[in-house]
Design a protein around this ligand. Structure first.
Ligand SMILES: [Zn+2]
Ligand SMILES: [Zn+2]
Length: 360
């Protein structure tokens, strides 16, 4: 259902139909799928794609993986977000099937990451649940934190960044319950996952990967999703925020084989396996690190520096591999502090070369 009085986008038709909005989204490269009229969830799958009906096993269900669903192949919208498309012919077909369908936008395929700030009225959280893993300012009274918007404001002030909730300079949508969705463009939506429970802080949820956001103009039983402010383009995800999302476990660790494969490991019959293992372990430790990252980087770079000093690995290759591993842990590869840590620790380690077979 769509409110007939709200325009979802400037310059668009004043009374845009859901189909027009879906087409508008697709024109921006956003993958859309229908939502059940009045609801925030997709319509039910077809009878062959539903395991249960009214919680009872469905005798017509044909067991299949979503990736192999014949319905999606045939252009039907079973499995909701997994069927999302930018194909205008499909969009026309789906929204003529039911003109009252709302619009979901699949985050990952659209290279979007959406912060979902809630305004639920509930008891303020315990301090450690506000921004898990971060030290809050001394004297902060958790009772003053009353919503997801306040939590994001707090994170912005901790990072000395402008408040993202105040006249947002990105595409943002006010939800019927008063929450705010901030839409950000990411380079590669597949890098972001919903691991770490898809949450940055209390009442700060993340829509990425195979989750979706409700497009503006969609009307649910609770009300309309309305664009906030004049901006209709998702801004690039701020770098500091990307780092915090990575810290919260929302960024996929890049496969470590790539930097490892590029290392020039000398062909030492006795030492090669040992060197490869040592290098892999250090890189994994850096990439997996969620707190005390700089200490871990320092320690691992020193340890690998010892292999550099022993002539077992190339310094530039190790530097590059450490940079990439640190990036997996959410450290900006251009961050001067991290680069200087790597350089100095490699140098220090290389002055104490490790001998193969000798204890470290
Ligand atoms: Zn189906
Ligand atoms: Zn199916």
């Amino acid at each position: 259902m769509l409110a007939r009085t709200e325009s979802p986008h400037p310059g668009g038709p004043g009374r845009a139909s859901p189909r027009d909005i879906a087409r508008w989204c697709a024109g921006r490269g956003w993958y859309v799928h229908p939502l059940a009229p009045g609801l925030k969830i997709p319509p039910a799958n077809c009878v062959r794609c539903r395991e249960t009906i009214d919680k009872q096993p469905n005798p017509h269900y044909i067991q299949h993986k979503v990736e192999e669903c014949r319905c999606i192949e045939a252009g039907r919208h079973c499995h909701g977000v997994r069927a999302a498309t930018t194909d205008l012919a499909l969009i026309d077909q789906w929204w003529s099937e039911n003109p009252e369908y709302g619009i979901g936008v699949a985050a990952g395929p659209s290279n979007l990451l959406i912060l979902d700030l809630d305004m639920h009225r509930s008891t303020p959280p315990e301090a450690e649940k506000i921004l898990p893993g971060l030290d809050l300012p001394d004297g902060l009274d958790p009772a003053t934190i009353s919503s997801g918007l306040a939590v994001l404001d707090l994170l912005c002030s901790l990072r000395r960044a402008p408040r993202l909730t105040e006249s947002p300079e990105t595409f943002s949508i006010r939800t019927p319950s008063g929450g705010l969705h901030l839409w950000y463009a990411v380079e590669d939506g597949s890098q972001w996952s919903m691991d770490g429970r898809g949450r940055l802080g209390w009442q700060v949820d993340v829509r990425a990967d195979r989750s979706y956001a409700v497009a503006p103009g969609t009307c649910t039983r609770d009300g309309i999703y309305v664009p906030e402010g004049p901006c209709r383009t998702p801004a690039p995800l701020p770098r500091w925020l990307a780092n915090d999302l990575a810290r919260a476990g929302l960024k996929r660790r890049t496969p470590l084989r790539r930097p490892l494969a590029r290392l020039n490991l000398p062909d030492l019959a006795a030492g090669r396996g040992y060197v490869a293992t040592a290098v892999r372990e250090e890189l994994e430790a850096v990439a997996a690190c969620r707190s005390g990252r700089n200490d871990q980087l320092n320690q691992s770079a020193f340890s690998l520096g010892q292999l550099v000093g022993a002539g077992l690995v190339d310094r530039d290759d190790v530097h590059q591999a450490l940079t990439e591993a640190a990036q997996s842990a959410g450290i900006d590869p251009h961050e001067a502090k991290a680069q200087s840590t790597i350089r100095r620790a490699l140098e220090a380690g290389s002055r104490v070369p490790r001998r193969i077979g000798a204890p470290t």
